[in-house]
Design a protein around this ligand. Structure first.
Ligand code: SF4
Length: 283
């Protein structure tokens, strides 16, 4: 007789506070904001949720210039301040769902610039959140992914550092250690969001205690892909799926414990559906 399977869901999995809020703003906009309602870029990196939003009448506009009337929702990553101003100048109804943690990084960057610091941003240069923070940081701002990107000569002796919310604390520590000895003053704002770290820590914990891990979330979601990579390093039998129907019975063969986790852009219903599917395949 086959023993029944134990399913462990990570303690922190699925939507973070900022994504919940953006979706709530979108739901309210669908009901009562001036139409048409568009999000500037996909509201979250989850194809199922984007389809649901489209069903409620919320389409995605890739560029601000494509929004000519109605309402624009700014997603939790935020957007460059020039884009916000452009939309408002054109009398578009703007609903700003920028996450408060991203907003804090933008505000710190702006204050550092006003106070005459050279602003350094630790993050991925092409990521929308980083592009938005940079727009507040002044023309001479630097975006670096680690100590190796810091130029040999810095234009100012006072440097202010802010961080993309999803960066790992170890990367920040390495950058601080490399820059501090080279400048007269280094002011550091740790703007890393704990939601990402909590999800990563919880995922690794689960991966270490099970035979198979299923990670749920969009393949275009950076934070879900990173979760899958971290789990795979601990448990090679890790599978990244976008939906429950992708799970195959043979993945679970011979296993006694299966772990389930999900990135910050995965709704609870998708996590529940995955747990349900695993139970159906291995009751
Ligand atoms: S991961 Fe953190 S910073 Fe990003 S939207 Fe969620 S709560 Fe906000």
């Amino acid at each position: 007789m086959t023993e029944s399977l134990e399913i462990r869901v990570a303690q922190f999995a699925g939507f973070c506070w900022g994504v919940e809020r953006a979706l709530e703003i979108a739901r309210q906009a669908a009901a009562s904001a001036p139409k048409p309602v568009r999000s500037l870029g996909p509201l979250i990196h989850n194809p199922g949720v984007i389809r649901d939003l489209a069903g409620q009448g919320i389409e995605v506009a890739d560029r601000a210039e494509d929004i000519l009337s109605g309402t624009a929702i700014i997603r939790s990553h935020g957007v460059q301040h020039q884009v916000l101003e452009d939309l408002r100048t054109r009398a578009i109804n703007v609903l700003d769902a920028t996450c408060i943690f991203v907003k804090a990084a933008q505000e710190k960057a702006a204050r550092l610039r006003e106070q005459g610091y050279l602003v350094m941003i630790l993050g991925e240069p092409a990521h929308p959140e980083v592009l938005a923070i940079r727009s507040y940081a002044g023309a001479d701002a630097l975006v670096v992914e680690g100590p190796e990107d810091v130029p040999a000569k810095l234009s100012k002796v006072r440097v202010g550092l802010v961080v993309q919310t999803t960066q790992a604390p170890e990367r920040l520590a390495a950058l601080v250690a490399a820059v501090a000895p080279r400048v007269r003053e280094l002011r550091v704002y740790n703007t890393i969001c704990s939601a990402t770290e909590q999800r990563q820590r919880a995922a690794v914990e689960v991966a270490g205690a099970v035979d198979v891990v299923v990670v749920v979330g969009g393949r275009n979601s950076g934070n879900t892909t990173r979760l899958a990579d971290l789990c795979r390093a601990v448990q090679p039998r890790t599978y990244h799926v976008e939906s429950a129907k992708e799970i195959r019975g043979e993945w679970l063969a011979g296993s006694a414990k299966v772990g389930v986790t999900a990135g910050a852009s995965t709704p609870q219903e998708q996590i529940d559906a995955v747990v349900q599917r695993i139970r159906e395949l291995r009751p």
